[in-house]
Design a protein. Sequence first.
Length: 255
Amino acid sequence: MPYMGKILIFLIFLIQSLIVHSQNLVINPYFEKYYHLPDLKFEFDEFYADSAFICKYWYRPKGTTPDYYHTEAMHLRYSIPYNEMGYHPIDSGNAYIGIIPFGLTGSVEPIAGELIKPLEAGKEYNVKFNYRFAKDASFYYLDKIEVFITDNIAWFETNKSFPLYNDLISPEIRSNVLLHASLVNDGNWHEMNGSFKAKGGEKYIVFGIFYQNKELSKIITEYVNNNFSIGRNMNQYNGFERKHRKHLFSPKPLF
């Protein structure tokens, strides 16, 4: 499980493609199609009745706030290359999406893309995407991002105002794509490749951090109850870290 330290990581990534025999199966892989350009007034409003995201054919759990950045954004917070996360230029195209994969407060922002057609049983698919970290905002970083390919995202529908890990992630929601490298956090764009063998009928590709182990819910509760996220009881923090290290990834500070 990723260890977040005292702040949330903000991972900016660009999904490049999900391909089989050179055919891109993601409907809107470069985030070029949108309902409207990003603007601050939509940040905290449930603009849509379901889990639709500002970027067409991409979805987020209701109540979560992944961010859509565009070169023609209506507000500077979501502009490219300069935005709230610092200077993050783009290699090609006009848009990317930013998410918080996981925080020890239980914060998660999985994001799901729709596929052109259901996957075929028994076939192996190549998964490829580009990513970068929001370096200026990331004092600690994940050593992995996970990918979950599934036939439905019904679990994105929740009555929670701000759904957390324990509200969304069950043991059935597990990474099922084998990625072939670790993440690199040097402030640049990197390509990640992986593979997936379909059971048949899968229609969505989801990025985030998913089910890890049965201890994680307890760890989140302990972290929150000790108020570590707001800087309290820090004399107990090292003990918390040592106690749970075997269930978490080690911290990797940038500075």
